[in-house]
Design a protein around this ligand. Structure first.
Ligand code: C2E
Ligand code: MG
Ligand code: MG
Ligand code: MG
Length: 287
């Protein structure tokens, strides 16, 4: 790659190497331009209480609106951004946009928790807690208005340093969530040691759970495990009323999925909320 990570975490550009790829701009230089040209968009997906249908938060999901390639999904550039260290720039962007959204909503009397995804590289960044604190202070927000989602593999990459960063973040008062739970290779012992507040069951277990006994058993056990450890349990990938109902019956606390809403541009959230709350419009929460 044409990027190097300096000791202070900044990404520096290696001009000599880039000459060799004059024809096709490197993805990294495209990502850098995308930031300057404001091609990233903050999308959000509502998270709601499965018992009542009340919206309690949103997950921030980044999109890249590329001039030629159209909407580029995070799976196509997040792994690359992680390898090059550029993810720190993206994470800073997402935190900043999410904080601005949270403040704007609060000004309208809407109080939602913002969930933001972090990557391994973020957990190894010793400056992250301070950067996050600065963003919160700038927007006048409490740390409790954020939930930071991390994956098991991000923790396993360097458990000691990850644990240190997570402890500092948690001490600030931010919620921590283990994302894609069940798909990583982590030891359950980490659950005991890490200061987490939430478990997110991976969508691969949820999507088809009303037809797949194995998935249903895994989901049920994960909900019980989370509750036994005093954690809030969230399901992602709810695509039908049947799965919503089943999860509510199993006692799952919160959920998100295409059945309620696909990720939408953050500007559209206030209108979506109005529509969701209007009687008769939104699908009724299962009894
Ligand atoms: P994730 O954090 O597990 O996010 C959930 C993914 O599941 C999102 O995909 C969301 O659109 C999708 N999803 C939600 N409900 C449903 C459903 O009912 N059915 C199906 N089939 N899918 C559903 P998305 O937005 O493409 O993001 C993919 C992954 O990229 C995320 O997985 C996350 O790991 C990463 N990502 C997204 N935005 C960011 C970001 O700002 N920073 C970092 N570090 N990673 C991000
Ligand atoms: Mg997530
Ligand atoms: Mg997830
Ligand atoms: Mg997932």
């Amino acid at each position: 790659y044409t990027a190097k990570l300096r000791n202070d975490g900044a990404v520096v550009y290696d001009a000599a190497m880039d000459k060799s790829s004059e024809k096709s701009l490197s993805l990294l230089s495209e990502l850098r331009k995308a930031i300057e040209r404001e091609q990233f968009r903050l999308y959000v997906q509502p998270k709601l209480l499965l018992g009542s249908g009340q919206v309690v938060g949103v997950e921030a999901l980044i999109r890249w609106v590329h001039p030629e390639r159209g909407n580029v999904f995070p799976d196509e550039f997040i792994p690359f951004a992680e390898q090059t260290g550029f993810i720190r720039v993206l994470t800073g962007w997402v935190l900043e946009k999410s904080a601005a959204l949270c403040r704007d909503l609060a000004a309208q009397g809407v109080h939602l928790k913002l969930s933001v995804n972090l990557s391994t590289r973020d957990l190894l960044d010793q400056h992250l807690p301070q950067k996050f604190a600065d963003i919160l202070a700038h927007h006048g927000l409490a740390p409790s208005s954020f939930c930071l989602e991390i994956t098991e593999s991000a923790i396993m990459d360097d458990p000691v340093r990850a644990q240190h960063t997570l402890a500092r973040l948690h001490a600030m008062g931010v919620d921590l969530s283990i994302d894609d739970f069940g798909t990583g290779y982590s030891s359950l012992a980490y659950l005991k040691r890490l200061p987490v507040d939430e478990l997110k069951i991976d969508k691969s277990f949820v999507l088809n759970m009303e037809h797949d006994e194995g998935d249903k058993k895994i989901v049920r056990s994960t909900i019980d495990l989370g509750h036994n450890m005093g954690l809030r349990v969230v399901a992602e990938g709810i695509e039908s009323a049947a799965v919503w109902r089943l999860l509510a019956e199993l006692g799952c606390d919160q959920g998100q999925g295409y059945f309620m809403s696909r990720p939408i541009p953050c500007e559209q959230l206030p209108a979506w909320l109005v529509q969701w709350q209007a009687p008769g419009t939104a699908p009724a929460a299962p009894a």
